[in-house]
Design a protein around this ligand. Structure first.
Ligand code: 2U9
Length: 341
């Protein structure tokens, strides 16, 4: 009996040392020390011993029980401490980590780029004016030298609100005509705003987009003023050493008309994917205001001359910040918008 008791105690202690968690420990307690456990099972054999041996063997059982209960308590304390340590580690807060910045509002990238562009022209003496998005055919086309049957109307797929007179403006030019109607030269205005065209959306076209147009009318203005001002604009918006190139282009409301390109910032004019191998990236259109436009608003084209330009601010931003698709500006994805402030 003593040998069996010693063997049980040794085996139980060895098993206890391998118990890794509180659940396994409870299983050990029930199996070894429980009312139907191994120790009680062996102790039932006491009645079979000679009466003279029972007191000593009974004492041995009590010693073994105390030893096993003591070992259980130690193991339980150790496992409780381990569980607490693991729980504290899991909940540990690293106070040295940077705080989470509060999510604050911010300006939309389109608003930011429009401000950058208009700020330049304000620094050159231009005024920022805005006008109606629902326009009259008179201001959107006729006063811009685009009469009813003019093929140039095909340059814009127009959205009509109340045909044939009321439409969604296809450019911000109508506001320049409105300004000229109500004031004599000198005029220097820049007009940002939304425009609308009935065309399929793709990586560079949206049916609602922003445009910024500008107009300067005074005595003695020439193409040199146009080229000098817009080249200075390109140097400010992109980089001081950017080069500009002007080539002939057609717009009904200017003559001559030009488009302005900047030297490619990636290959600096050698030719690459960004500039489609040309070394140049077109950024805006411009020209000398057509004399007929001046006449229609009551200006004397013999006395006054003017120049004008138009650009897409999102296109400028896409070039500046390497944004591949204009639709990013309109889907309100915070992952995109949060990159600008
Ligand atoms: C008046 C007289 C002249 C505005 C101009 C452009 C050239 C032009 C497009 C470029 C890209 C619009 O954003 S875009 O699609 N515009 O190229 N705009 S000259 O000329 C005017 C405007 C109003 C009374």
């Amino acid at each position: 009996m003593r040998e069996k008791l010693a063997a049980l105690q040794a085996r139980a202690l060895a098993e206890l040392a391998d118990v890794g968690d509180l659940e396994a420990l409870e299983g050990w307690r029930i199996r070894v020390l429980g009312s139907r456990g191994e120790l009680r099972e062996l102790q039932r054999g006491l009645g079979g011993l000679p009466p003279a041996e029972r007191p000593a063997v009974g004492q041995a059982f009590n010693q073994a029980k105390n030893a096993l209960e003591g070992a259980f308590a130690e193991r339980q304390a150790a496992l409780n401490a381990l569980a607490l340590e693991r729980e504290l580690a899991a909940q540990r807060v690293d106070v040295t980590l940077p705080g989470r910045p509060p999510s604050v509002g911010r300006l939309h990238p389109t608003t930011l780029i429009i401000k950058q562009i208009t700020d330049f022209f304000v620094s050159m003496g231009f005024q920022v004016v805005e006008g109606p998005e629902v326009e009259r055919d008179l201001y959107n086309f006729e006063l811009l030298n685009i009469p009813q049957d003019h093929p140039a109307r095909d340059m814009w797929d127009t959205i009509y609100v109340d045909p044939p007179e009321v439409l969604l403006r296809t450019h911000t030019s109508p506001m320049q005509a409105r300004v000229m109607e109500r004031q004599q030269p000198p005029v220097r205005v820049v007009v940002p705003g939304r425009c609308y065209r009935y065309e399929a959306q793709d990586a560079t076209h949206e049916w609602m987009f922003y445009q910024i147009e500008g107009l300067a009318v005074d005595e003695g203005l020439t193409m040199a003023d146009l080229k000098g001002t817009l080249s200075a604009f390109a140097r400010r918006m992109f980089r001081p050493d950017v080069r500009t190139r002007f080539r002939c282009d057609y717009f009904p409301f200017v003559e001559p008309g030009v488009d302005m390109s900047i030297s490619c910032h990636v290959c600096n004019g050698v030719g690459c994917r960004v500039c489609k191998g040309t070394g140049w990236i077109e950024i805006l259109g411009a020209g000398m205001v057509h004399p007929r436009v001046l006449e229609m608003v009551g200006y004397d084209p013999e006395r006054y001359s003017g120049w004008a330009f138009g650009m897409g601010p999102e296109r400028i931003a896409m070039l500046k910040y390497d944004i591949p698709d204009i639709r990013y500006f309109y889907v309100n994805d915070l992952r995109f918008l949060e990159q600008f402030r």
